[in-house]
Write a protein that binds this ligand. Structure first.
Ligand code: ZN
Ligand code: ZN
Length: 461
């Protein structure tokens, strides 16, 4: 019952003195840091490529090397990524988690410890120190890249045990962190005095209650809320929300309205209608898991007609982040380049997975597709032809000519007559796979070809 008493003692203190000295001091330090950083940051941010155009880099994978070197490692990559046409990088959860120097960050403990307090077994996080993180973000900004933070707010981990009046037992819900900011207790988790649960919990971790004013204030409302601290002190530009099935969509909407910036939710669900519902409720983007599963069925099961299926980008392209692989799932193995050719020529904001780009696939081929995405892939989409093994689609262009992509999942060259938007124009394959340079007929029809287990992308020469 000691903790219980302390909680009320704290409330009493807050009521008695609206300006607790220590709190005031922290606020002052924060607002000073806040002002000087903000002017730096707004200067740096004027040159950023807009998120949503270009391509996102998922700049980590599960169990990247530990030892506090990952931020520095990424720092050596940002110039190349910017030159290749990436517009943003998505970092793993950056603040101190229960598993300290070994954690990938999805067991968040102290949202304000970016590797500067000795707790949970180390000063640095698995990825490095706060200074290394800020230097990575500053450098990314120099090169026009926006930086997306991974925000884990469904659950917390690593609290001390306390007697819990709502469960009648003891729970690990006493978060008295080294930063001293956003301390939490049993009142901030389910079940509590507000209600017993929300839409989901994760792996038995204490499930944060976003209905509590204290939690909302600390996550997004206060000037030094988690969101505003990430934005103003650390320099993040956008948000990737982890496990958004675990709470209601208004949580993300309220965060975004208070903090601003590009936001994408991980609503892990194959149903395009459900994803569309969530993006409408949360008023942000979502990862297009519907597209992911249709591509998996198309390429892994050798049946490209699955690409006719329902996907988030077909319903709501501006809120769809498409992807082929991520840190949790890597099922499209054969035909992975074909899947990248699909997302990089179609609508939505495509994300490329670090290992696919840096280790597993041909970087030159991916760079070519990124160029095509940024220069030719505009306008609405028409599917021109699909069978089990071949897929042809046309992007109709906005200010550019658009393109025609031809994906061939057979082991021999294929060719087909298709209808373009171009009258009597010489066209070519911008991937360089085919050397044909046919002229479209006066009725816009033309014959194109695609190499075995590969693709071609056609546009006016
Ligand atoms: Zn709740
Ligand atoms: Zn939850």
């Amino acid at each position: 019952m000691k903790i219980f008493k302390i909680y009320y003692f704290l409330i009493l203190l807050l009521l008695l003195s609206s300006c607790n000295k220590e709190e005031l001091l922290k606020e002052d330090v924060n607002s000073i840091e806040h002002t000087s950083k903000t002017s730096d940051l707004s200067k740096q941010r004027t040159g950023l490529k807009s998120i949503g155009s270009g391509v996102m880099m998922q700049a980590f994978y599960w169990n990247v090397p530990a030892g506090g070197t990952w931020w520095d490692h990424l720092n050596t990559k940002v110039a190349d990524w910017s030159n290749a046409g990436f517009s943003s990088i998505w970092l793993p959860p950056a603040s101190k988690a229960q598993n300290g120097p070994f954690s990938m960050g999805y067991d968040p403990y102290d949202y304000y410890d970016f590797g500067e307090y000795n707790q949970k077994g180390s000063i640095e996080t698995r990825f490095g120190s706060k200074d290394e993180l800020v230097s990575l973000i500053d450098n990314a900004h120099e090169y026009g890249l926006s930086v997306i933070a991974d925000i884990v707010i469904n659950h917390n981990s690593g609290g001390d045990s306390e007697q819990n009046i709502f469960t009648g037992g003891s729970t690990y819900t006493d978060f008295d962190t080294a930063s001293g900011l956003f301390n939490r207790s049993q009142y901030d988790f389910h079940p509590n005095d507000f209600h017993s649960s929300d839409t989901g919990s994760f792996g038995g971790f204490p499930d944060l209650c976003h209905h509590k004013t204290w939690v909302q204030d600390w996550l997004w409302n206060r000037t030094n809320s988690v969101g505003k601290y990430y934005r103003d002190v650390i320099g993040f530009d956008g948000w990737r929300f982890d496990y958004v099935k675990g709470f209601e969509p208004w949580v993300v909407k309220n965060w975004k309205n208070a903090v601003g910036g590009f936001s994408v939710g991980e609503y892990w669900d194959a149903n395009a209608a459900t994803l569309d519902w969530w993006t409408t409720q949360a008023e942000v983007s979502a990862f297009d898991f519907a597209c992911y599963y249709k591509m998996r069925d198309a390429f892994a099961n050798n049946d490209l007609t699955h690409l006719n299926g329902d996907m988030l980008w077909k319903r709501n392209a501006k809120n769809a982040v498409t992807f082929v692989t991520n840190h949790d799932t890597n099922e499209i193995l054969d035909g992975k380049m074909l899947a990248y050719a699909y997302i990089l020529t179609h609508e939505g904001y495509p994300a490329i997975f670090y290992r696919d780009y840096e280790e597993w696939l041909n970087k030159e081929r991916l760079n070519n597709l990124i160029w095509i995405h940024n220069n030719l892939a505009s306008g609405s989409t028409n599917i021109l032809y699909v069978d089990d093994n071949e897929y042809i689609a046309r992007r109709n262009g906005k200010n550019a000519a658009g393109l025609v992509v031809y994906i061939n999942n057979t082991t021999s060259w294929k060719e087909r007559w298709i209808e373009t938007n171009w009258y009597s124009k010489t066209i070519k394959d911008y991937t360089g796979h085919s050397s044909w340079q046919p002229v479209t007929q006066s009725d816009k029809w033309v014959k194109i070809q695609a190499p075995p287990k590969s693709y071609s992308v056609w546009s006016v020469k």
